[in-house]
Design a protein around this ligand. Structure first.
Ligand SMILES: *Cc1c(COP(=O)(O)O)cnc(C)c1O
Length: 359
């Protein structure tokens, strides 16, 4: 079979264009382009309803969401976090002059190994930053218990966890703050965008000022930045949110097809049994890096471009002071591959991917 276009690991979802333009007409009528406009407020409200959360604030992207979280919670010195994530989880810490203390991951869930956290604790530790890796919920109770015991803040980089429920509640309800990304490649997107979900309403009010230059009633009272999002982004978010059930169903179908066909050939992430799956990614583990590279080569020959996600393990980045090397994270990172998964992925292409991988 000859594939016309390159097949990448993800492809942004585009909603109905006429609908988007109707929102754009509204923006022209409102003459309100950014700064907490009506469409942004509508999107915040609809996201709260859909997700079943309170205290949600839209921001410019998921990276800024993390940085705002550190500011609001007054995070300093050291944060215990995972090396198995997207670069932004760590780079945002460094950017804010906070030192990441890497805790290795569990080789089944790929999330931070809560048994290894306490030995990394020091008097400089101010928070734990967990990641729901590929949407798979961390061991939330253990993390909260450790945070309580040592009086630490608990933040979740929940960029992958849109729509996930943990024990029948939105996963964003746990911890002090959860941050989300609405980047074009995420399940739900607004082209660029992101949000924070706060346990505490006071933090929301503080953050709202921080993302708008620290203004309070037009006076710059606290140190702030510009992390707002625009009405044009909100319009895209509103259109995509209308289609979210369809998006989830399609992804589930593709995910399950991969799973049923590959489960006997590859090791896979073990999902938290108290959580729902949002079918965001389909990662598989090869036996070793050589097999992985061979697999990628064969797929590339067929114009299929999966992604080494997450690679490399963040404790090995050149701008990191190596503290404790994380062997499990490095091992998983060296042999994990995320397969193409997006709305509209042709079943014939999926069959081809499966056939190549089985070889
Ligand atoms: C996408 C992502 C981010 C960054 O979000 P942006 O909206 O692209 O800035 C942060 N953390 C994780 C785990 C991500 O996957």
């Amino acid at each position: 079979m000859k594939i016309k276009n390159k097949i990448n690991v993800s492809k942004p979802y585009l909603p109905n264009k006429d609908k988007y333009f109707r929102y754009i007409d509204k923006i022209w009528k409102n003459n309100h382009l950014t700064n907490f406009g009506p469409l942004s407020i509508e999107l915040e409200n609809r996201l709260c309803d859909y997700l079943g959360v309170k205290n949600l604030l839209l921001v410019g992207n998921g990276t800024l969401a993390l940085q705002i979280a550190y500011k609001v919670l007054d995070i300093k010195n050291e944060v215990i976090t995972t090396p198995f994530s997207f670069a932004a989880t760590t780079s945002t810490l460094i950017w804010e002059n906070i030192k990441p203390r890497f805790c290795d991951i569990d080789d089944k869930s790929f999330c931070i190994d809560t048994k290894k956290i306490e030995k990394l604790f020091s008097k400089n530790t101010s928070a734990i930053l967990g990641v729901h890796v590929f949407g798979n919920t961390c061991d939330i109770e253990s993390l909260q218990n450790i945070a309580n015991k040592y009086n630490l803040k608990l933040i979740f980089d929940a960029a992958h966890a849109f729509g996930v429920k943990y024990k029948n509640k939105s996963v964003f309800c746990y911890g002090d703050i959860s941050t989300i990304s609405f980047h074009a490649t995420k399940i739900f997107h607004s082209i660029e965008g992101g949000a924070l979900v706060f346990r505490n309403k006071d933090y929301l009010d503080e953050a709202k000022s921080i993302i708008n230059f620290g203004l309070k009633n037009t006076i710059p009272e606290i140190l702030g930045i510009n992390a707002k999002n625009s009405e044009f982004h909100a319009a895209m978010g509103l259109c995509v949110l209308d289609d979210i059930d369809f998006i989830m169903e399609q992804r589930k179908d593709i995910w399950e097809y991969y799973f049923n066909n590959l489960k006997d050939d590859f090791d896979m992430q073990i999902l938290n049994k108290d959580s729902t799956n949002n079918y965001h990614y389909f990662p598989i583990l090869f036996k070793n890096e050589d097999f992985l590279l061979k697999g990628i080569e064969e797929l590339n020959k067929n114009d299929i471009f999966p992604r080494r996600y997450f690679y490399p393990s963040l404790d090995t980045l050149p701008y990191i002071d190596t503290n404790t090397p994380c062997e499990i994270s490095q091992n998983i990172a060296s042999r994990i591959l995320c397969l193409p998964l997006y709305v509209g992925l042709d079943r014939k292409i999926q069959d081809l991917i499966i056939k190549i991988l089985k070889r």
